[in-house]
Design a protein around this ligand. Structure first.
Ligand code: DGL
Length: 274
């Protein structure tokens, strides 16, 4: 691959700010890269929509990023991955990387305890999750809990008390066991990475909270490396440009706030992507 192509940005999208948790992890993992992040806020939330509808809006989001000139696409959304990843891969020749709930590492680390998986209703309804569940359910007790409305609360930057109240109600209604019997919580939606603290406060300190962002960022690095697609060291990265299908005046500052949170504030200086 020629250097000009390698120095193109990596496109990333989600329904909103959730995928910024993965974006931050990729910035740490690949600091020479440039990123374009699309917050598909005009179509958010994805979670309660039908599979066909998510397929169509995800393919449109992917097209929008492709038109900007990218070298790879990361679907930073478990819901869009479940409904649309095969369709996106059929349409585009570039590497397309998706996300799935991190059940495998949860089972490997968990031992005998009970694992709950928090995700959108669509993610938990789809075949992709069913297959994952079937593969690991023999080794551990896995309890999927759909969380309608939770991504929306996070987008609205709801207060921690409101998030904790939501979580105790939804988890309390879904399971018959005490919260202290839960050994692991799998975050099956990229938005939920931003409420790890509230989740730990509600479930208790014994529970390990696992998300797929680190593993996915490493996977993206491997795919780019194997394809000879990594940016040259000393490229203009790390840099990020935010795009949105929603109102940029409202959404772009929101994205910047969430990126600052995910990067742990000032630990890294980002350059503007021109
Ligand atoms: N962040 C998304 C996910 O990982 C979806 C949130 C939503 O729009 O419902 O599933």
């Amino acid at each position: 691959m020629n250097n000009n192509f390698n120095n193109l940005p990596i496109g990333v999208f989600d329904s909103g700010v959730g995928g910024i948790s993965l974006l931050a992890e990729m910035i740490w993992t690949m600091p020479s890269e440039q990123f374009i992040y699309l917050s598909d806020s005009a179509n958010a939330p994805y979670g309660p929509k039908s599979c066909n509808c998510i397929r169509d809006i995800s393919v449109s989001a992917a097209r929008l990023l492709m038109e900007k000139g990218i070298k790879a696409l990361v679907v930073a959304c478990n819901t869009a991955t479940s409904a649309a990843i095969t369709f996106i891969r059929e349409e585009f020749e570039l590497p397309v990387i998706g996300m799935e709930p991190a059940i495998k590492p949860a089972v490997e680390k968990n031992g005998q305890g009970k694992i709950i998986v928090l995700a959108t209703p669509l993610t938990l309804k789809e075949t992709k999750f069913y297959n994952l569940f079937q593969r690991f359910n023999c080794c551990a007790e896995i309890i999927p809990i759909p969380c309608p409305g939770l991504a929306e609360l996070i987008e609205l930057e709801a207060r921690p008390e409101k998030i904790r109240e939501y979580l105790s109600n939804i988890i309390g209604d879904a399971i018959r066991i005490q919260f202290d019997e839960i050994s692991t919580v799998v975050l099956g939606c990229t938005h939920y990475c931003f409420i790890r603290e509230e989740i730990s406060q509600v479930i208790g300190p014994q529970a390990v909270v696992i998300d797929g962002t680190e593993g996915t960022a490493r996977h993206v690095l491997r795919i780019l490396d194997d394809g000879g697609l990594l940016a040259a060291e000393g490229n203009k990265g790390p840099s990020v440009k935010f795009l949105t299908t929603g109102d940029p005046k409202q959404v772009i500052p929101l994205c910047e706030r969430f990126l600052a949170k995910a990067l742990k504030k000032d630990r890294l200086k980002l350059l503007p992507l021109k």
